[in-house]
Write a new protein. Sequence first.
Length: 243
Amino acid sequence: MTLFNLAVSKMIFFSLNTRLAYLKFKNRFLKNTKAGVTLSNNDKTTSSFVGFLNQGYDKINIGGGNYNLEGFVNLDFVLFPGVFRQVVANITDLSFIPDHSVSHIYSNQVLEHLNQEQLVYQFAEYKRILKDNGLISFRTPNALGVSYGFWFGIVPEANYDEFLSLGYPKDAFFYDPRDTWYHRDFFAFIHWIYADAGNIKNQHLSIFTPSYITKLLVDSGYEILKMTKPETSQIIVVAKPIK
C-alpha cells in the first residue's frame, strides 16, 4: 500500500506540474479580447474611486464580483448589476488609488489568478494605499489542504470569531460545507488547484500553501495576525503592514 500511495502521489504531482507549465506557456501567447473587460484604467476610474472615498467608503473588495460587503467598494474588471458600490478597473494596476487612503483591503478567490510578478506588485501597492493601522484579509485555495482533504477528509476553516475580532469582514466568505466536493474526486481536485481546466481566462497562475503565503507576506513587509490551519481547504489570512 505504501508503494501504491507513493506512485499515485508522484503521478498527481507530475500531472499538476505539467499542467502548470502548459498554462504558463499558453498564457504567454494569449491576448485577452473578451468584450466588456476593462484592460486599462483612466481618469474616469480615478474620479469614480475618489468619489466613494469622499463619501467615507475607504474599504475595498478586490475582484468582488457581484457580492456586496457592508461598507466596501468593489473593484473588478466588469460591471456587475446589483452591486451597491463598484468601480470598474483593471485590478492588476492600483495606481489610481491615492496613497494612505484605504483602511481595509479584502479579496476572495482572486490572488491565485495572479502570477508571481503581479503578486509582488499587489502587496507592495497594498502597503502604499493602506492607512496607518490598515488591514488586509483574503481567502484563497490551499493546495496543501486540498491534497490532505482529497485523501483523508475535509478540514473546515475554524475560529471564525477570532478572525472577526481581528477585523475580518463579518459578512465575508468563510467555511462553506459545499467545499467538501473534492474529497476522493480527482477532477474536483484538479479544478481546485487550477480552476477551469483548459480555460485560459479562468486559471490559477499561483498555487498557494501556508508556507508560501507566509514567505510572500513576510518578504513583502507584513505581519500575519492570524491564518487558518495548514490542512484547511482555504487559506484565510488577516495581516497588517509592518511600519
